[in-house]
Design a protein around this ligand. Structure first.
Ligand SMILES: Cc1ncc(COP(=O)(O)O)c(C=O)c1O
Length: 409
């Protein structure tokens, strides 16, 4: 099976496993694991920050950072399709009691004007009635924006403005090193724009576990306390930190291969009738495309594709494919052939009248259209067409019903 669902699908290579097996270890919780400490020094230096802290994954880096930077009832501003808002189970609300204010943008990269508009919304009511904006989050690269890269000048401008407004800035750098490779900008330059920043080792870097958060000594000291509170402190974590160190040494420059493969995939897919590729020149390793012109719902498409030996995922109404260490150019060719076969057997075979049209640059469907809904087989709830689970009871939704409805939302 060719796995293009996510760059988290990578398995540790033989050489990485050897590095893991021979790691020197100690008690991470007490700061005594030599391999973790070596990794922290490396990443703090890479990002130009005073100190760093090791976590099992990126989600907890975001939670701990938000907790450290804010107080309950504060406002956290983030792009409307940011991972922090859309894909972390609402955890920041639970762990920090914060209010999320979305910033509208194209492909995840917003401007000072976009940020200003959101800040104005936050301050709609007079002082005392409105919540306090405290933190701005930026995502580099932007996952649901299609792996889009913040240029350094764009990032500097927004972060500088944010600072002038009295906000602290946090960078979700799950794929920061993809941005570094794609833009030939140093990680230090990008990281200098933010007060806190983390990188993930389980995405394109191909390690099984690990993320490192960096910032000032004071910030990291406070973050360490919350890491403990959240149960994130570890013991002989050098076992996994060794995989991260290996990745830093061997898997950074090669990210360019993933980017080249994504560009190749996007170009080849755009040649297939019925497939609409959102961005035929992806900046990094993520591409989105639409299959509605094939007369197929995304779930049907993904199931058919899987029967041909290729797995991809869906975000909103779009199909997402992510290239990584474990997919070669030959695998990409195989995936393109599989999609061409699915497309060939599907074009014209469905009632196209029922299909929700593809909307550029939006994972959220347009308003006032004729749509198909997912009616939950368990509780009957009418779910929006881009849901693959029932938002009321959580049941997996596999088939789009044929019921036609016109609705505004
Ligand atoms: C932009 C972004 N932020 C955060 C995360 C969460 O990282 P993790 O899976 O390591 O918890 C992801 C995961 O895909 C991501 O894409």
């Amino acid at each position: 099976m060719i796995l293009l669902t996510s760059d988290t699908e990578t398995k540790p290579t033989h050489a990485m496993r050897q590095a893991i097996a021979s790691a020197e270890v100690g008690d991470e919780q007490k700061g005594e694991d030599p391999t973790v400490n070596q990794l922290l020094e490396r990443v703090a230096d890479l990002l130009g920050k005073e100190d760093a802290i090791f976590f099992a994954c990126g989600t907890i880096c975001n939670f701990v950072s938000i907790k450290t930077h804010t107080r309950p009832a504060d406002v956290v501003l983030a792009e409307e399709m940011a991972h922090i808002i859309r894909a972390e189970s609402g955890g920041a609300a639970m762990t920090s009691g914060v209010l999320m204010e979305p910033i509208s943008s194209e492909r995840g990269i917003f401007t000072v004007n976009d940020l200003e508009r959101s800040l104005e919304r936050v301050a709609t009511a007079p002082y005392l009635y409105s919540a306090t904006p405290r933190l701005l989050c930026v995502e580099q690269t932007h996952n649901f924006g299609g792996g889009s890269v913040w240029r350094l000048d764009e990032l500097r401008e927004v972060c500088e403005f944010s600072r002038q407004q009295g906000l602290v800035t946090h960078m979700d750098g799950a794929r920061l090193l993809n941005a570094v490779v794609a833009s030939q900008t140093t990680a230090k330059d990008f990281a200098a724009c933010a007060d806190s920043v983390w990188i993930d080792f389980t995405k394109g870097l191909g390690a099984p576990i690990g993320a490192v958060l960096a910032g000032t000594k004071e910030f990291i000291s406070e973050a360490r306390r919350y890491k403990h509170v959240f149960g994130g402190a570890m013991r002989q974590a050098g076992i996994v930190a060794a995989g991260c160190l290996y990745a830093l040494d061997h898997h950074v420059e090669r990210l360019q291969e993933d980017h080249d493969n994504a560009t190749y995939l996007a170009r080849r897919l755009s040649e297939i009738e019925g497939i609409t590729v959102k961005d035929t020149k992806p900046e990094t390793n993520i591409i989105f495309f639409d299959v509605s012109r094939l007369g197929l719902d995304k779930v049907m498409f993904l199931n058919l594709l899987q029967e041909h030996g290729v797995k991809m995922g869906a975000v909103g109404n779009s199909i997402r494919a992510v290239t990584h260490l474990d997919v070669s150019r030959t695998d990409i060719d195989f995936a393109v052939d599989a999609i061409a076969k699915v497309a060939k057997s599907s074009v014209g075979s469905k009632d196209l009248e029922n299909v929700v049209p593809f909307k550029e640059n939006s994972a959220i469907a347009s308003t006032n259209t004729v749509r198909n809904y997912h009616f939950c087989p368990n509780c009957g709830h009418k779910n929006l067409p881009n849901h693959n689970f029932c938002i009321k009871c959580g049941t997996q939704l596999n088939e789009l019903t044929n019921t036609k409805q016109t609705d505004k939302y």
